[in-house]
Ligand binder design. Structure first.
Ligand SMILES: [Zn+2]
Length: 484
């Protein structure tokens, strides 16, 4: 039976792949099957018997793993994919917060969300937290949810609005109405969080928004420890007022004191690490080396496609590299050598899967390939790629060798949404046309010059150091320096 004609709810069996279950014992089947019946994983292991009529997917030569989980993506910004490649955080704040973020209409939020959501599932990211801080009105919020529901992925809407203080938007009747209309009964396919930051005003105006979150019984996700924006004061205020909970997610948490990490650890919170973002934008050094020392749970995220991609292969690779980079740098400063790395490939694969399911309260639902869990499954297989053989160290292969072009098949909630490298039933052309209209609109509002300028921040002058060796003529052995 051909996969593309299979109805959504029938059985699917992956055959003869290397299975990374990511269960608690990290069971690996060198050659195993994964059977999906309805929405759930029925069985994992070698030589399974599948019901008649099941869709068979040949996974030989490939790796079967749980769908990856991104705990912090500003999906709406996907409409401006790559525009901010050369930005620092300063240009980002000026563009979205101060100057042009308010230009986005509901249809622009839809356009970015829809394209970014498709990008996620195409890259094997089966659950994405949409950190949606462009929701200036509830019409924008409706558009965001409409887009998420038009894509067969698992999502969490993290509601935010960078044009207002959280104490303002969270108090509006429209917000309450939206929550009642759209966020109740979404089950495990559409979760809900509140998304806002705490810059550290001693008057703590964010208190009212935390109280709304408490009343609605929803988690708060917050950009914390962001150099120049949020710091220890925000953490202290949250802690003093009792708003740090096990469900709180601290995004970046890169520039914080040991005291703040202790408060996060003691209250059971977790950190969403966006290494590519932290390295490039300037929130602080990617904090896994600190989080390990405080035993703080980690999940991974890609932040925004205005700079980076929406694939977690980049997150895993950059996070492992940044942690090791820091370890070597610190050791060299002490005249020491790192002979054994603390952070392993297996750990970052765990962060990209179970790390996300745990912090989102979805660990009984997804995150590993185990009988009874909902079937969110990724097959990495690319017979045409020289980089997909040999597969010797499966975790290392996922982190350092594979990439999103190797995502062969994706199952979400038991439904095959990508097969043989093609998204099923997704109108990518329409998604592309929508973001083109958004770009045309933004350019028309800003003017061509401002649009181009926003993309090309000034380059600071590089001061080239004096170099004594430049003055020696190595051929003749004489000094060329004559001026002094
Ligand atoms: Zn962010």
């Amino acid at each position: 039976m051909s996969a593309s004609t299979t109805p959504a709810s029938s059985a699917i069996v992956f055959r003869n792949g290397l299975v990374l279950t990511m269960d608690d014992r990290h069971t690996v089947h060198d050659r195993g099957d994964v059977l999906v019946v309805g929405q759930r994983i029925a069985e994992v292991g070698p030589g399974l018997t599948a019901p008649e009529g099941a869709t068979e997917i040949d996974a030989s030569g490939g790796i079967i793993m749980p769908g990856m989980i991104d705990t912090h993506r500003h999906l709406w910004q996907t409409a401006m994919r790559g525009y901010g490649a050369d930005w620092s955080l300063t240009q980002y704040f000026v563009w979205y917060y101060l100057e042009h973020g308010k230009l986005f209409r509901p249809e622009d939020i839809y356009a970015g969300n829809y394209l970014g959501a498709l990008e996620a599932i195409d890259a094997g990211v089966t659950t994405t937290v949409d950190w949606s801080h462009g929701l200036q009105t509830t019409q924008h919020a409706d558009a965001a949810v409409d887009a998420l529901q038009a894509v067969p992925g698992r999502f969490v809407l993290a509601y935010g609005n960078l044009q207002q203080g959280p104490w303002e938007w969270s108090a509006s009747p429209g917000f309450r109405d939206f929550v009642n209309r759209r966020m109740v009964g979404g089950g495990d396919m559409l979760g809900f969080q509140m998304a806002f930051d705490v810059p550290g005003d001693p008057a703590f105006p964010e208190k009212a928004a935390f109280e709304v979150a408490r009343e609605l019984d929803v988690p708060v996700t917050t950009h914390a420890g962001v150099w120049g924006a949020t710091n220890d004061n925000g953490i202290r205020l949250m802690h003093d007022h009792g708003f740090m909970t096990p469900r709180s997610i601290y995004v970046h948490a890169a520039t914080l004191s040991p005291d703040s990490y202790q408060r996060i650890a003691a209250t059971g919170g977790s950190v969403s690490v966006s290494t590519e973002s932290e390295q490039s934008a300037g929130q602080g050094y990617p904090p896994t080396w600190q989080l390990r020392r405080h035993s703080i749970p980690v999940s991974l995220s890609m932040d925004t496609s205005v700079w980076w991609s929406g694939d977690l292969f980049s997150a895993m690779r950059s996070t492992l590299s940044a942690d090791r980079s820091r370890e070597h740098l610190d050791a060299h400063a002490r005249e020491e050598t790192v002979t054994h790395h603390a952070l392993r490939a297996k750990q970052v694969v765990e962060w990209a899967t179970r790390g996300g399911s745990r912090v989102l309260g979805l660990d009984s639902v997804v995150g590993s390939l185990e009988a009874g869990k909902k079937a969110d499954i990724v097959l990495l297989k690319n017979d045409q790629s020289p980089a997909m053989a040999p597969i010797i160290h499966p975790y290392g292969h996922v982190v350092f060798q594979a990439q999103r072009g190797d995502v062969h098949s994706v199952v979400i909630d038991g439904r095959l949404v990508k097969h043989e490298h093609r998204l099923l039933g997704a109108d990518v052309a329409a998604a592309r046309a929508r973001v083109e209209r958004t770009i045309e609109y933004l350019v028309s509002q800003m003017g061509e010059d401002a649009w181009r300028q926003g993309m090309n921040p000034d380059v600071p002058e590089t001061k080239v150091l004096d170099n004594p060796y430049m003055y020696t003529d190595w051929e003749s052995g004489t000094e060329r320096r004559t001026a002094d």
